[in-house]
Design a protein around this ligand. Structure first.
Ligand code: ATP
Length: 319
């Protein structure tokens, strides 16, 4: 294999640049050329390509976002759109493609693999909702951003003896909320994987107050309920006032942590090695600190549930 492509797709995640850099530098070492595709599958359909040499990824390892830009493409969901994308890839001499993104991006990648373009996926999403890998690129950075925010809010919560509700990202996944809640010492963590029991939320608030604790931190994943809803429900049941902070997009950007940079570097390099070996239709991931690869089909059929043991631990340690 002489020429491979690389693209980032779906939501951006800190560490995507470190992955692109690893792909480019590893390929260069293996005497392969890399074509960067701008704006994910949209750029593949439009033929928005640029050659990436070792120098083009200099000074990017510490930068959040993605130098290749990312997008969501409705056209790529159609047979005609994918046919155009494949035609462009072939015309450009792309013999393989590395897709850095989340589950949706891998569904697209699987189509390309089935049409004969060798593809390897690299998991990158702050949601960390991709099965087959302990961590996706970007999760650790987002987690640290959320914990830093909780630390700051905790100061005010303590000083004013108030209830603070912090809404974090996670439409379908409570991974970020659970980890941020545990690391941030939240009293209550609400996630989409578990039904919300407001009686229990109130019981925990009252139990805290009985033992002299006058402030409280509740972390809620956006997919479980909105922070405002939680605040209104608490007010309805207890007459207690709360303050709501929605962390929003500050969770997505920022300088990637060392963990995300190392993960991205390892996954990026392995993806290139696999393509060079003629492997396709697989995702690289990390399991127990080892880099592994699994079929994309298996990844897409699976579900990354939360670890109930960790959820229980967070609850046990909070009071
Ligand atoms: P994130 O976790 O940040 O949402 P993602 O990769 O899951 O990332 P999506 O928006 O779901 O993000 O998917 C990215 C792109 O992948 C879509 O815009 C679309 O072009 C392509 N895609 C998603 N699902 C499919 C599918 N079933 N068939 C073909 N292409 C798809």
């Amino acid at each position: 294999m002489k020429t491979i492509g690389v693209l980032t797709s779906g939501g951006d995640a800190p560490g995507m640049n470190a992955a692109i850099r690893a792909v480019v530098r590893k390929a260069s070492k293996m005497e392969m050329e890399v074509i960067g595709v701008a704006r994910g599958y949209a750029g593949l359909i439009q033929g928005d390509f640029r050659r990436l040499d070792s120098g083009s990824v200099a000074d990017t390892i510490h930068r959040g976002g993605t130098i290749l830009l990312t997008a969501r493409s409705e056209e790529f969901r159609t047979e005609a759109g994918r046919a155009r994308a494949l035609e462009n890839a072939r015309r450009e001499g792309m013999e393989g493609l590395i897709v850095i993104g989340g589950g949706g991006s891998f569904r697209g990648a699987l189509h390309l693999h089935k049409k004969g373009l060798p593809v390897i996926g690299i998991p990158a999403t702050i949601d960390n909702d991709i099965p087959g890998t302990d961590y996706a690129i970007g999760f650790d950075t987002a987690l640290n951003t959320a914990v830093e925010a909780i630390n700051k809010i905790r100061d005010t919560a303590t000083s004013h003896e108030r209830i603070f509700i912090i809404e974090v990202m996670g439409r379908d996944s409570g991974q970020l909320a659970l980890a941020a809640g545990l690391a941030g010492g939240a009293e209550t963590i609400l996630i989409p994987e578990m039904p919300i029991d407001y009686d229990e939320v109130v019981r925990r608030l009252e139990q805290g107050r009985r033992r002299g604790k006058l402030h409280s931190i509740i972390v809620v994943a956006e997919g479980a309920a909105s922070g405002l809803e939680v605040g209104q429900e608490i007010a309805r049941r207890t007459k207690l006032e709360s303050r709501v902070t929605i962390l929003g997009h500050i969770q997505r950007g920022g300088i990637p942590t060392a963990f995300d940079r190392i993960l991205a570097s390892r996954l990026g390099a392995r993806a290139v090695e696999l393509l060079a070996q003629g492997v396709s239709g697989r995702m690289v991931g990390m399991q127990a600190n080892r880099i592994v690869d699994i079929p994309l089909e298996e990844v897409l059929q699976g579900e990354k549930g939360i670890e109930e043991e960790v959820y229980q631990l967070a609850n046990d340690l909070a009071l």
